[in-house]
Design a protein around this ligand. Structure first.
Ligand code: MG
Length: 275
């Protein structure tokens, strides 16, 4: 996997592109998992629009990197946002390096939050185990998460969580299908993307975000990105939010929808740049 031509002092990024991975850019069981045209488009958008592009996913860094290999990406993204909140940038050898300032702050705030919310989380765990078929999964780096048996069961669980956490604390969660991860409400795909934009010298006005699931809602927000889109296979809530925010709902699914959205939205950009 190769990096695209690096930006220089005289050739700085002008756009930040943020792609959700599973269901948006990649369908792991499809062959090819990503439409090859996507990579050609990334190369041409680098030269036409000065765009840098990245993966913004709920996967851990290791799972995301494995995903790039499995889907045979010929080029490396310019950044990865993992677990919906951690920022990684490639060094010149293509190795992923965490953005220490952001990631440390993120980890510290999460530790503090989970300590503060121990009681609420304990109560929710007892309720999930008594009332549902879902599994309360605790891994080393994941203090609190849930795997439901069906999407409708997760709808029900999310209803209960919303009631319990209200807006009392900074406790929030990221939901993706039957999976849920508790998190700090200030660290999500949207704020992590804005931080990457800031590091690149850009603002939300020059950010494009596309995603298909609940954990993409935070970045599919005009305060986070000036251009919003979703593929045809996005869940109903995502489509509604993209539509009501003036974004682009593609007719194509997954990477075909990604290409369609970029071509439609950046054709308008070209017109406005030229006018
Ligand atoms: Mg997705």
């Amino acid at each position: 996997m190769k990096l695209l031509a690096p930006f220089t002092e005289s050739n700085t990024p002008r756009w930040l592109l943020s792609f959700d991975f599973d269901g948006t850019l990649v369908v792991p069981d499809d062959d090819p998992a990503v439409s090859p045209e996507f990579f050609e488009l990334m190369k041409s958008m680098r030269s036409c629009h000065g765009s840098c592009w990245g993966i913004n996913t709920g996967r851990s860094l290791m799972q995301a990197v494995q995903g790039l290999v499995d889907a045979r990406f010929p080029i490396l993204p310019d950044y990865i946002i993992a677990r919906e909140r951690e920022i990684y940038l490639p060094n010149k050898f293509g190795r992923w390096v965490g953005n220490e300032d952001w990631n440390k702050r993120c980890e510290h705030e999460h530790h503090k939050l989970f300590r503060q919310c121990r009681k609420v989380l304990k109560g929710l765990k007892q309720w999930v185990e008594a009332e549902t078929a879902a599994v309360w999964g605790i891994q080393k780096e994941e203090p609190a998460g849930i795997v439901a048996s069906t999407a409708s069961e997760m709808d029900m669980i999310v209803g209960k969580i919303d009631e319990e956490i209200e807006s009392k604390t900074a406790l929030s969660y990221q939901r993706n299908g039957i999976y849920l991860r508790f998190s700090h409400k200030h660290f999500h795909k949207g704020t992590a993307m804005l931080e990457v934009a800031r590091l690149m010298g850009l603002t939300n006005q020059h950010a494009f975000a596309i995603g298909d699931s609940h954990n993409d809602l935070d970045m599919l927000n005009p305060e986070m990105a000036g251009l919003l889109a979703c593929p045809a296979n996005a869940c109903a809530e995502v489509k509604l939010q993209v539509q009501s925010s003036g974004g682009y709902v593609a007719k194509g699914e997954a990477s075909k929808g990604v290409i369609e959205a970029l071509e439609a939205l950046f054709a308008d950009e070209k017109k406005s740049e030229g006018s």
